[in-house]
Design a protein. Structure first.
Length: 279
């Protein structure tokens, strides 16, 4: 038995199906397929194609109990590495890093990184703003539970959409990147002072509305500086949270005097990055 569908209804159904398929296609074009291993997955995200600088992202999914690392992994771990050199019409890519977490590494120290899901925003500068852009990434990272497993993945994505379905996700990720700040800024969460305490020790005084949920991370002027994670001082001055760290992990021949340090201060809701030079 056959049924007759009115022409207007058939056109409506066809239009709905076409719109649905276009929506699915547009969504697929805004993100590359997930590249999966046993404990994680990674893919590229594309923001809207507008302006001289494009916003993209690298999205990670991690199984429960597993983590991956920040650009400075802490006492143990491996920082992610990205190679965009095979991209088309790309002059430069800057990886931005959301505020990380501090983990017990199981060996008496701490590592720095992410768990569950994380998006690293990318600022992409095309060589020619009016030509197509294809981002190709070779991604090397580690996922860890009790042991660390290296992962290698390749992803490719074109930037085509005038209005990307990933824009909201990318803006949300961008909001979690620590904001630039200056030492002494009058924010509720800020670094008041950085000073040497003897030949090997540095102390950092922090003002925070809630000292229980504040972490401080420090990086040297180049990636081969492996400075320890600053630790809270139990009996600091009133009104501040004092952190301290030793000037260990310097590369051979490096001297701390005048070294440019980057300090990342992470609170429950806000995070800031400070630059300072050691005296």
């Amino acid at each position: 038995m056959s049924s007759i569908v009115p022409l207007r209804a058939a056109i409506g159904v066809a239009t709905t199906l076409l719109a649905s398929s276009l929506s699915i296609a547009a969504h697929a074009d805004d993100a590359s397929p997930w590249q999966r291993d046993g404990h994680s997955a990674v893919r590229l995200l594309a923001g809207s194609r507008s302006g001289a600088v494009l916003l993209g992202g690298i999205a990670f999914q991690l199984q429960p109990g597993w983590k991956t690392y920040w650009r400075s992994p802490g006492d143990s771990g491996v920082p992610p590495r990205f190679d965009f050199s095979k991209s088309d019409n790309v002059e430069a890519v800057t990886v931005m890093w959301p505020a990380p977490l501090k983990f017990d590494d199981g060996a008496g120290g701490h590592s720095i990184g992410y768990r569950d899901q994380i998006v690293l925003p990318l600022r992409i500068v095309p060589k020619a703003a009016d030509k197509p852009v294809t981002l190709r990434a070779e991604i090397n990272y580690a996922v860890c539970e009790k042991l660390c497993i290296p992962v290698e993945a390749s992803a490719e994505l074109g930037f085509n959409s005038v209005a990307s379905t990933e824009d909201a996700n990318l803006r949300a990720a961008l909001d979690t990147v620590p904001k630039p700040a200056n030492i002494g800024d009058p924010n509720p969460l800020t670094i008041r002072d950085v000073k040497r305490d003897g030949p090997k020790n540095v102390v950092v005084d922090v003002v925070a509305p809630d000292s229980r949920n504040v972490n401080l991370f420090v990086e040297g002027p180049t990636p081969d500086w492996a400075l320890p994670i600053p630790a809270p001082v139990q009996h600091g001055p009133p009104g501040v949270v004092r952190f301290s760290f030793e000037l260990d992990g310097l590369p051979p021949g490096a001297k701390p005097e005048g070294a440019a340090l980057k300090l990342t201060l992470v609170g429950p809701e806000k995070a800031y990055e400070f630059n300072t030079n050691l005296e």
